[in-house]
Every structure is written in C-alpha cells, then in structure tokens.
Write a protein of this length. Structure first.
Length: 317
C-alpha cells in the first residue's frame, strides 16, 4: 500500500510462523515494503531474536508499522518452559513496544483470549480484564500491560486478543503435512478421520471454544493495520478477533464425523482418553467481536462447518 509520496514499510515479527508467513505474503502482494524478522532467519526473513532489544531496534526502527506475532504460543510449552515463555512473550513484547515508543511507530500486538480466559458468564471482549489461569495467558496479559503503558501518549497500538485459529497455510497431507498451529484440535480430528482412527478427545467433551478460520484472522489484522496507518492518535486499543460462535469439543467432533462420512464413506468413532478433572466446571470461552467490527467492518467469512469442509479439501490436496 502506498500513500501519495511513498510505500508503507511494515515490520513483521514471527514472520516465518503460522500467522506471519501468510501475512507477509499478502502484504507484499498488496504493495507494502515488508521487513520480516524471525528468530531463525528462515526463508527471506531477517534473523532477529525479539529478546535482543538492540537487534530489534536496528531491524525495525525504519518501519511505518510493526505487527508483533513472535512468541511462544503453545500453552503446554509455556508451562514446561516458563522462563523462556517470560523472556520471549513478555520481554520480547516489551522490546518491540519500546522500539515503537522510541520511534513513534504504530503497533499491532497479537495477544490471546487466554489472557482473560474465563470472564464468568460474559464473553471475552475488548474491555474484559486480564484473568489468566496458565503461564501462556499470564505472559500475554503482561504483554498487554506493557503495550498499554508504553503506547500511552506516544504511538497508536492495537492489542488483538485472538481466539482459536485453525486452518492450513499450505496444502497438507494425510500424514500431517501443511502449516498448522501446534495445538489444533480440528486439524488433529480431520487427520484422524483420514487415517480411519477414532477422534481422540482429551478432557471434557463440553469444553467450548470460539474457532476462527486462519484467513479471517489475517483479514482482521490487515484491516487493523490500515486503521492504525490512518490513525493520528496515540495509545492502545484492545480488539477481540474470533468467529463470534462457540462450539463444544463434542460438537466439533460431530462436525468432523459428518464431513468424514460424506467424503470418505465412514463415520469415525469418538474416544475420550482423559476424563475431566473432578469438581471442575467445563471451560467455555465465548468471544465478542463487536469492537473490531465497529472500527474496521470486519466480519468472518467462514463458519466452522465451512472451515472443516475446507480443511478436508486442503488435506486431500
């Protein structure tokens, strides 16, 4: 994208990751000048560790906007490696935000609904206070606090609380190919269906989540980039991105069963391998996307049944 005088330069952290890789491709196709950075410097990415503030500033100081996607995003890995989670998700985010503050660069920060997780009977929305129950959510909550404080009076920022993204960024294979998030229950179910295996459910079948197709997430981020580039104000705003629909794990499995029966001629069984914890209520996370819709016009394009059908098609190749 260009204005009357020049092309906008967008810095993207985590540029070789699940969200970053397709976002970089889209930005380049739209005419943006992209500075893609990643820890390993794979592909066309610049090798930068977000924990190194000097390297971050040197790589991104010339950006017109920074989309911060880098982080340790697995709930289980953050629990196993809490020090690394803190260094990457908290210190790394603070380093990006400090560069934005120093050079007055707009910022999009990918947070998570797990920074809030369980707001009682209310959906997670832009005003929900942080109340995480695991290390991953805690690091995202701390990242939100840093962006809020550092953006105040200095640069515009969009804190994006993402729900459960799913979908392939490249054609997959029945053996598990394609780029997918590390803990994608939908991808796991679809692959199990293709292998004629039972759909394995860990925990309570009544646990419920908002699942949003990958390209819908990217559309929302793109629209927020445009919003920030046109924004002359300062300070952080929080947006929640999801489909606006909540499905239990049992309902997700049933949708996969139905699609498998239609495409493969057989309906896989469901198998629970771990019972729910005694005395705990099933965890339900609803998502309210009102604010991002009001500001950008964002609307998800894919329902969960449509997304699951698309997953089957992509894995079939």
């Amino acid at each position: 994208m260009t204005n009357a005088d020049r092309t906008f330069r967008i810095g993207v952290t985590g540029a070789s990751g699940y969200l970053g890789s397709p976002l970089v491709k889209w930005l380049r196709n739209e005419g943006y000048d992209v500075i893609p950075i990643s820890k390993n410097g794979t592909g066309r990415c610049v090798k930068v560790d977000v924990r190194d503030r000097t390297s971050v500033d040197a790589a991104l100081a010339g950006s017109d906007l920074i989309v911060h996607l880098a982080g340790l995003s697995s709930v289980s890995l953050c629990g196993q490696r809490p020090t690394e989670a803190f260094e990457v998700n908290v210190n790394g985010t603070a380093n990006i935000a400090w560069t934005c503050r120093t050079h007055e660069i707009p910022m999009v920060f990918a947070s998570s609904v797990l920074a809030v997780e369980n707001p009682g009977n209310r959906p997670v929305d832009s005003d929900s206070p942080c109340d995480p129950s695991n290390i991953y959510g805690l690091t995202k909550c701390m990242g939100e606090e840093d962006v809020n404080r550092l953006a105040d009076g200095r640069f515009p920022a969009a804190i994006v609380r993402l729900s459960n993204a799913y979908g392939l960024t490249s054609l997959g294979a029945k053996s598990g190919g394609g780029d997918v998030p590390g803990e994608s229950v939908i991808h796991e179910f679809v692959l199990q269906a293709y292998r004629s295996e039972a759909l394995t459910i860990h925990g309570d079948v009544s646990d419920a989540r908002d699942f949003v197709w990958l390209t819908d997430v990217l559309d929302a981020i793109r629209q927020l980039c445009s919003y920030l580039l046109e924004n002359t104000g300062t300070g952080a705003e929080t947006f929640t991105i999801g489909s606006g629909e909540t499905w239990s794990i049992a309902e997700v499995a049933e949708l996969v069963q139905e699609e498998a029966a239609r495409r493969l001629g057989s309906r896989p069984e469901m198998r629970r391998v771990k019972p729910p914890s005694s005395g705990l209520e099933p965890l339900r996370i609803d998502v309210d996307i009102t604010r991002v819709t009001a500001v950008t016009g964002f609307q998800p394009n894919y329902s969960l049944p449509e997304g699951i059908a698309r997953m089957f098609s992509l894995i079939e190749g």
